[in-house]
Write a protein that binds this ligand. Structure first.
Ligand code: NDP
Ligand code: MG
Ligand code: MG
Length: 329
């Protein structure tokens, strides 16, 4: 794996260029502020009337209509939600994407799955911080940074990588380390991670554990604590020091149960199913399903959200969390 740091990156590749940040949400505000504090020329493209318009103004930007901002920019970073990017691209970006400009992303979905097809005479790159926007801003302000992924999909100018690396430096990412990847790798592993482990895998595991205890006659409140609430303690330990540090911190009883029972839960069959999920991602089947779902106004997502909201674990959870004044509303 190739990793780049501040000394490998040269901000001069972006000097005398105007960088347009489209969107001023989680990532948008952090990129715009960090790049500006790094001495680069930043403009913000936003619709009028949205909540973030006032926020950008309060931070000292004069937001422009997206199309106007794209017209003025040499570098355009797409930081609106992934599902609205194709529309904004068609309306505001494409008409102003002249030769030699650089179109940037913080996630590869729309390029990798062909929802946005830029002309051949522009650079297309990705700089994706591995953390939420508030962390990207906070770390920058204290002189540090959040590690980033970097990728080049299209190199029209011969300088695409250097320009993207300068951008990564501008947001503080090169202080921590910039890891080289491809749009394909970033997109497919991101989808796999959220489907099989981080979101899909974890929520299904929590629910199955909760249901098993409740069906065996234990009180739902106790099942909630054991199968959901305490997950945070474990994840914090894993995040800080990996699996071994977590196992060092828990009791020997817990560790023995972990090592002997865990593989009976996540079996070879589960891994086989993970491989099928990965295949659906790689073949574009998942992407097509999700794009069509959005075009149809999300009937499946809405139905599943409704059903999940009615699960007993949500009811019990709301009651128990009301007893925890330290939790944000
Ligand atoms: P947000 O959801 O925070 O983006 C919100 C911004 O987009 C607001 O400025 C909002 O303006 C604008 N916006 C929303 N809908 C529209 C619309 N229909 N038309 C015009 N503007 C609109 O996005 P994120 O920062 O979460 O994500 C941006 C990109 O970064 C994505 O590609 C994502 O995958 C990637 N990414 C996100 C990470 C994260 O931690 N969130 C981490 C790494 C990558 P308004 O106020 O007017 O609604
Ligand atoms: Mg994702
Ligand atoms: Mg316990």
């Amino acid at each position: 794996m190739k990793i780049y740091y501040d000394q490998d990156a040269d901000l001069s590749y972006l000097e005398n260029q105007t960088i347009c940040i489209l969107g001023y949400g989680s990532q948008g505000h952090a990129h715009a502020l960090n790049l500006r504090d790094s001495g680069l020329k930043v403009i913000v493209g936003l619709r009028k009337g949205g909540a973030s318009y006032e926020k950008a103004k309060a931070d000292g930007f004069e937001p422009l209509e997206p199309a106007e901002a794209c017209a003025q920019a040499d570098v355009i970073m797409m930081l609106v939600p992934d599902q609205v990017q194709p529309e904004i691209y068609e309306k505001a970006v494409k008409p102003n994407l002249t030769a030699g400009k650089m179109l940037m992303f913080a996630h590869g979905f729309n390029i990798h799955f062909g929802q946005i097809v830029p002309p051949a005479d522009v650079d297309v790159t990705m700089v994706a911080p591995k953390g939420p926007g508030h962390l990207v801003r906070r770390e920058y302000e204290r002189g540090a940074g959040v590690p980033c992924l970097i990728a080049v999909e299209q190199d029209a100018t011969g300088k695409a990588f250097k320009r993207a690396l300068a951008y990564a430096k501008g947001i503080g990412g090169a202080r921590a380390g910039v890891l080289e990847t491809t749009f394909r790798e970033e997109t497919e592993t991101d989808l796999f991670g959220e489907q099989c482990v981080l979101c899909g895998g974890v929520t299904a595991l929590i629910k199955a554990g909760f249901e098993t205890l409740v069906e065996a006659g234990y009180q739902p409140e106790i099942a909630y604590f054991e199968c959901l609430h305490e997950l945070k303690l474990i994840v914090d330990l894993i995040y800080e020091g990996g699996l071994s540090y977590m196992r060092y911190s828990i009791s020997d009883t817990a560790e023995y149960g972990d090592l002997t029972r865990g593989p009976r839960i996540i079996t070879e069959d589960v891994k086989k199913e993970m491989k099928r999920v990965l295949e659906e991602i790689q073949s574009g089947r998942f992407a097509r399903e999700w794009i069509l779902e959005n075009q149809a106004n999300r009937p499946v997502l809405n139905a599943l959200r409704r059903r999940e909201a009615e699960h007993q674990i949500e009811e019990v959870g709301a009651k128990l969390r009301a007893m925890m004044p330290w939790l944000k509303k």
